[in-house]
Design a protein around this ligand. Structure first.
Ligand SMILES: Cc1cc2nc3c(=O)[nH]c(=O)nc-3n(C[C@H](O)[C@H](O)[C@H](O)COP(=O)(O)O)c2cc1C
Length: 508
């Protein structure tokens, strides 16, 4: 491509407003996406809505800034749009949005947010419906989502008394990296849906509090932006969705290693994305049926795809155990499988020489009725002990758990049962969606205060003293579905929605 950038008028761009010739503007650059329409993971309709127009506002919350450049061949980058010639895409501020803004202004001060559940309650009122649907949704009937937290209710402490608990230290080491607490911020995609700074909020809060952030493959900020924003000495991990194109993966992995990423978490529980109906319904409601049928009759089925499905069609369902030696051959970073759900697979990961596993069901977003990570932890510790003589926590093969962790007591239960550390997802999303980086910082402060109190009352002065005898997990395998009278988390766990009538347009 010549180094001279062509300047194109907004009027010319506007002429290319159809499926036959579709140009869009993103950050003042003009792209011809005609041939890309059917390959767009989010479907063609959303692009066609912006055909001939400036799509930046729609593009930004979903995509890393460089996604369009890396996905389109250079000849499709047509040039720069002439300043002042683009018709502004009118963003209608709906009454619903005005009401949301009023709720945003009515947020309580952070000092009144006492626990991580509080963030969820606030986020539900102040986030856009689309962001709330994507973040909060889980698969099918959302039974695993509920079980993830409920499982911690079936583990009870056996506290020790009369120990000198004046000095406490709950810091630890995760994959050789220091962490001020036995938690890490796990990977959650599409960070900018909740807040314009997206995952950067987490990078900053992680730096402030000395904890580790796992960067998602599908972050809304670019990978380099998040690594550049880290403080000297701040550790970061990378979560990897495996693309069918292994050259792309090799490039991503080796680049991550060069940039100092300290652990590669390969997601293995998502050969297809689960049906997250709350998210899917949102997409139905957003689509304008008239527009859809005018522009793209042939592919109406696509409309059922929520944000989640829209972004993930590149994930390779053929990924299998035989691929792991290849991963080992391309990197020296510790390799961890994220999404292991039974002891047999944990054993296989150990036998293949991996650095660890995350016992996780993806926050209840994949297979409904998959067990909670903490329940799987109990069987993994038992079986790997019996079959390979391992004891946990174990430096060489580290066990992590995520899903439903909302209190430091939850974390301590998992640590007592043998986990090295625990991943926390949604609470951080809700915290920064509601209050930006201050919210993420406050979430970590809450956890820090909870650790202090819980460890003192448990009689454990450091993480090594949080031992198996301090918990009774004998009821962990008894699955009880929460009864309706149990109102404890009613405020957060919403009833399932049903299909709704469309807006009735004709007047009587
Ligand atoms: C909004 C959202 C997006 C997520 N995106 C990803 C992802 O891109 N890759 C991944 O491996 N896990 C993803 N997860 C799963 C989390 O890493 C983690 O397993 C889960 O959130 C833990 O449960 P919790 O939210 O109850 O803490 C996502 C979870 C949520 C809630």
């Amino acid at each position: 491509m010549s180094s001279e950038v062509k300047v194109i008028s907004g009027k010319t761009v506007a002429e290319h407003n159809s499926r036959e010739s579709c140009w869009i503007i993103v950050h003042d650059h003009v792209y011809d996406v005609t041939e890309f329409l059917d390959d767009h993971p989010g479907g063609s309709k959303i692009i066609l809505k912006y055909a001939g127009k400036d799509a930046t506002a729609e593009y930004d919350p979903i995509h890393p800034p460089d996604a369009i450049k890396t996905n389109l061949p250079p000849e499709k980058h047509l040039g720069r749009v002439e300043a002042g010639t683009v018709a502004k895409v009118e963003i209608k501020v709906t009454d619903q949005e005005k009401e949301r803004q009023l709720r945003v202004n009515a947020r309580p001060p952070l000092s009144e947010v006492l626990n991580l559940h509080d963030f969820e309650a606030i986020a539900r009122s102040v986030m856009t419906e689309k962001a709330w649907a994507y973040y909060s949704s889980a698969a099918d009937d959302e039974i695993t989502l509920r079980e993830n937290h409920a499982a911690y209710h079936r583990i009870w402490f056996r506290p020790r008394i009369l120990r000198d608990v004046t000095q406490l230290d709950w810091s630890t080491t995760i994959l050789g990296q220091k962490s001020s607490m036995p938690i890490y911020i796990t990977a959650t995609a599409l960070g900018k849906l909740g807040h314009p700074d997206g995952e950067l909020n987490l990078t900053k809060a992680a730096a402030n509090h000395g904890v580790i952030q796992m960067i998602p493959t599908l972050a809304s900020c670019s990978f380099d932006e998040l690594v550049d924003a880290a403080q000297p000495g701040q550790s970061q991990f990378l979560q990897l969705y495996v693309n069918k194109d292994r050259n792309i993966i090799k490039r991503i992995v080796q680049h991550a290693e060069k940039r100092g990423i300290k652990g590669l978490f390969i997601t293995v529980d998502a050969p297809q994305l689960g049906r997250r109906e709350k998210d899917m319904r949102m997409k139905f409601e957003e689509a304008d049926p008239d527009q859809v049928s005018k522009n793209d009759k042939s592919k109406e089925v696509d409309r059922s795809q929520g944000a989640a499905r829209a972004i993930s069609s590149f994930i390779d369902p053929s990924l299998c155990w035989d691929d792991l030696p290849w991963f080992k051959s391309i990197t020296k970073m510790p390799l961890i499988l994220k999404g292991v759900q039974c002891w047999e697979d944990a054993l296989e990961a150990y036998d293949q020489g991996l650095a660890g596993v995350v016992l996780s069901n993806h926050g209840g977003r994949q297979l409904d009725f998959a067990p909670s990570g903490v329940e799987v932890l109990v069987e993994v510790v038992e079986k790997l002990g019996a079959k390979r003589g391992l004891t946990f926590p174990n430096e060489k093969f580290q066990l992590f758990v995520d899903g439903g962790v909302r209190r430091a007591t939850d974390v301590l239960k998992a640590i007592a049962l043998g986990a090295t550390a625990v991943g926390i997802g949604r609470p951080f999303l809700y915290a920064y969606s509601s209050y930006g980086v201050d919210g993420a910082n406050h979430a970590l402060e809450i956890l820090r205060d909870e650790f202090e109190m819980a460890m003192r009352l448990l009689g454990a002065r450091n993480i090594k003293e949080v031992v198996r005898d301090m918990v009774d997990a004998s009821s962990i395998h008894q699955h009880i579905v929460a009864v309706p009278e149990d109102k404890l988390y009613h405020g957060n766990y919403e009833s399932m929605q049903s299909v709704r009538l469309r807006e009735i347009k004709a007047s009587l």
